[in-house]
Design a protein around this ligand. Structure first.
Ligand code: AMP
Length: 137
């Protein structure tokens, strides 16, 4: 897709530290990772986000991620990692080409996860009921 930075990486039109690829997926270093070894796994076919990507292709992305993670951990001397997907602008998605973040983690590396907040009285069940009502049968 024109003007997609990740499609340009796939086409080798712009440089990237590509780690590996297969027919469906490509893996490269995030240019501004949260830790060294922060990797992005992308489908080669352009889909704007997680939700629009066919489930079979998401499975290929996950499969590639599982292959790459041990190498990332071994190379960075880490044993823990986060997997993340930002879907949509409000969730922090900046690049509109589906991608999975693999982030090696160290104790005390300063990366903060979300801070949970409890539901006000009665709201948890209300929320669950609203979601259950929208689920496909
Ligand atoms: P997101 O906020 O989930 O859309 O994350 C997009 C990620 O892509 C960010 O972590 C960026 O640092 C990374 N990124 C953007 N442009 C490039 C690039 N040319 N090469 C490698 N990573 C990139």
């Amino acid at each position: 897709m024109d003007n997609c930075v990740f499609c340009k990486i796939i086409a080798r039109e712009i440089p990237a530290e590509v780690l590996c690829e297969d027919s469906d997926t490509l893996v490269f270093l995030d240019i501004k990772g949260v830790n060294p070894g922060h990797v992005l796994v992308i489908p080669k076919e352009h889909y704007p986000d997680f939700l629009s990507t066919p489930v079979e292709l998401l499975c290929r992305v996950i499969s590639t991620a599982k292959t790459v993670i041990p190498a990332v951990l071994a190379a960075t001397g880490t044993t823990a990692f986060n997997v993340g997907v930002n879907n949509g602008h409000d969730a922090g998605q900046v690049v509109g080409h589906m991608h999975l973040h693999l982030m090696p983690r160290r104790l005390g590396d300063g990366l903060e996860l979300w801070h949970g907040k409890p539901y006000p009285e009665g709201e948890m069940k209300k929320t669950a009921d609203a979601i259950r009502a929208k689920l496909p049968n």
